[in-house]
Design a protein around this ligand. Sequence first.
Ligand SMILES: *Cc1c(COP(=O)(O)O)cnc(C)c1O
Ligand SMILES: [Zn+2]
Length: 402
Amino acid sequence: MEYSYISHLYCPKCHETYDHQAINNLCKCGAPLLVQYDLEALKKDGYRPEQLKGREPSLWRYHELLPVTDPANVVTVGEGMTPLIPMPTLGKQMGIDNLYMKDEGIIPTGSFKARGAAVGVSKAKEVGVEELAMPTNGNAGAAWALYAARAGMKTSIIIPKDAPTIQRNEMAAAGSNLFLVKGLISDAGKIVGKAIQEKGLFDASTLKEPYRIEGKKTMGLEIAEQFNWKMPDVILYPTGGGVGVIGIYKALNELKELGWVEGDLPRLVAVQAENCAPIVKAWEKKKDESEFWENSDTIAFGINVPKALGDFLVLDAIYKTNGCAIAIEDEATLEEGLSIAATEGSFICPEGAAAFVAARRLRESGWIKEDETVVVLNTGAGIKYPDTVQVDVPVLEKDGSI
Ligand SMILES: *Cc1c(COP(=O)(O)O)cnc(C)c1O
Ligand SMILES: [Zn+2]
């Protein structure tokens, strides 16, 4: 068998195809590119779930369905195969009998962005990229800076001045050529655009680079494997750029084509923040694309994306799976995060907490049924957000008592 069954890249809008061995960004029509695998050849060569037995518990166990053709190019620090944790106490409280959390909080770099970075950097190495540039709100830049460092690749990263400092420190520690911008991620993106033109750097911006979807897709592969190749009824995902939703949808469709799973795909739910909900607004109006969200603002900075390049793909995944999109207020997110730590012992990120609020609300409205199997993605570690939870702790004198 081959290490990878990648065939080519294609445009989901105009259907133009591209060679995966070349350096690629967007299609010439401006849409993001997707990866096509030769699933027929893979079937013919006898690819079966049994082959995964005994493979390392990382996302590279699915290398046939990943774009890197030579294992020597794999850049890894053990990302993937995160736990799928039952949440019985919370589930009882919400009236959901089978509630699970896929916990990305324990992955290298502390957010699921590690998946996109591991696969994206590995493929960039394979096609000969030496230096990349990207704008970031934090977690993606941190992951790409660290994986690129391991690959011996240079990075130039631009981050909004108001974005959190922990991720900034990670990027600086990784030796990135780092700049703050007095503006938003969209402004950072424009400066990156200029640098790409002037200096010939590789543009690793979200979805302008075709392979992070493939990395994030492995969350879908893992969920299917962890349920022993049965799919849950509902998957809730905190959605910014929407790469996770696009990836999970792509993964489950590939597994279906391979015949590893059967039946309806899970209903995919895009969860956004009340003050940055372009996908929700588009879904409510049954539109195919979203509009730029002015003055976006949320504590869940990973989902502060006013307009996603792949919005049409996210909406398509929601429509095709009979899913939905829902916006959550920051106050409810904060409260849910604390409640999850206190009931289930997981200190999760606000993005993940918002997705749990969404599960609660959709159960209350009857959209989720009591006996359905529901998976909530916690996309990062709560400890990466040291200022989000504010508490007053009593201070004792040295001889004090409690
Ligand atoms: C980036 C990010 C998201 C949003 O991910 P997309 O796949 O771009 O929608 C959610 N949660 C966290 C913690 C993130 O860093
Ligand atoms: Zn195109």
